[in-house]
Design a protein around this ligand. Sequence first.
Ligand code: TXE
Length: 487
Amino acid sequence: MRGFQAYIDGAFTEGEARFASLDPATGEAWAQMPEAREADVDRAVRAADRALREGEWPRLTASARGKLLYRLADLVAENAQALAELETRDTGKIIRETSAQIAYVAEYYRYYAGLADKIEGAVLPIDKPDMEVWTRREPIGVVAAIVPWNSQLFLAAVKIGPALAAGCTLVVKASEDGPAPLLHFARLVHEAGFPAGVVNVLTGFGPSCGSALTRHPLVAHVAFTGGPETARHVVRGSADNLASTSLELGGKSPFLVFADADLDSAANAQVAAIFAATGQSCVAGSRLIVERSVKERFLAILKEKAERVAIGAPLDMGTEVGPLCTRRQRDHIQALVDRSTAAGARVLAGGRVPEGPGHYYPPTILDCDGTSAPALAEEFFGPVLSVVSFETEGEALALANDTAFGLASGVFTASLTRAHRLIRGIRAGVVWVNTYRAVSPIAPFGGTKLSGHGREGGLAAALDYTRTKTVWLRTSDDPIPDPFVMR
Ligand code: TXE
């Protein structure tokens, strides 16, 4: 069985305990992982705090930090295949997607490498003649980055890249469900030459590792991706250290199809939105809201596509839908499908756990028209699409916004004016028009309502890892006037 190590203070370590990681394609244990508990977390946070204040890192120029990030980007690109294979093996996400995604992860590091020496303060046109006043953007401090199992390298890059560009140090907690790719990534951080303690990577369980990390008194910011329930624990934890938080949580993203849309193209986008990554994507377009006059036609195209999807071993390049990461996730999906059919939803495709080993679940379409099935409100985090229909644009918008979440959305229409109205009306952090699931390091990403707050990607994300220091410098040689009057 393969063994992985944690990375703390520039050294590789076994961890306080070990636990087995399962291969989702077989359900069998394939690797031993280091389990960090409170003592390892404390060691990692203290190392990050030391690296923030002492030694080489705080003395590096922003351009030198950028050069280290460029080096890391190159190493990620050179090792993309090995990282992709590890992610696929440990999480079940298909190799077709992990290889493309990890090659692109290198671009996130490049983007933030280039940004490192463009984070500027400002000289203020202050309203006092004898003062020079300016602001400095300083690193916010030690960052705790906590990620879930889906797309770990990607979700970590959107935190590590901007935090390092800003001069912060980090403790990254990989998900206990599939930590292999991030633990391997730590070797690339080491090879890139970051000083000890600048990036620490460990894994462990929520209550013993994640919780200790979010509460640690030396942590200044928690960047979290995961479920809303866990996010509440994170925010409670931050009541201890008063750390700031950025939360990228789940979604129940609407996918609107109007009768004037190119239905075949929209159906392809819908497949990408809900069946790609086996639906384990925070932006999954999981609520199809389709104009009634084309509902039957659109669903016929979609059903045909869903039933043609190649389900199989995730390491096979021909596979389009692989297993879910955990058995727990598959059981959650089946239970939610069962509750929804009991509430009147009709299964148009899939809907049942297949025979055989591994955590597989087939592409599933539930017609929820005329019901209040829980599938319309709750996140599956799996390949299950819920369908409702509408007659007017107003009805479509009301359905789109009828959710506790607000992460992403898709609008498919040939009408430019309608697209603009919906862009304004939809309450979500991302609107894709006639496309879906497109991302870039240049474009901010994040949600509203139960989908969380804060943005990842883009310039603003790097600024979120800084705090402003204001400097007042008096330019007069005269003695300070009346000390009892505020200047
Ligand atoms: O994620 P968790 P889970 C949704 C999805 C899924 C549900 C639960 O619907 O079914 O959330 O998934 C760490 N303090 N999403 O349970 O628990 C944990 O160890 C600090 C949406 O797998 O949110 C892991 O590293 N940390 C989503 C990370 O939090 C804690 C992605 C995420 O795990 C902790 C994942 C605690 N008390 C799930 N408890 C998306 N939007 O992409 C756990 N953790």
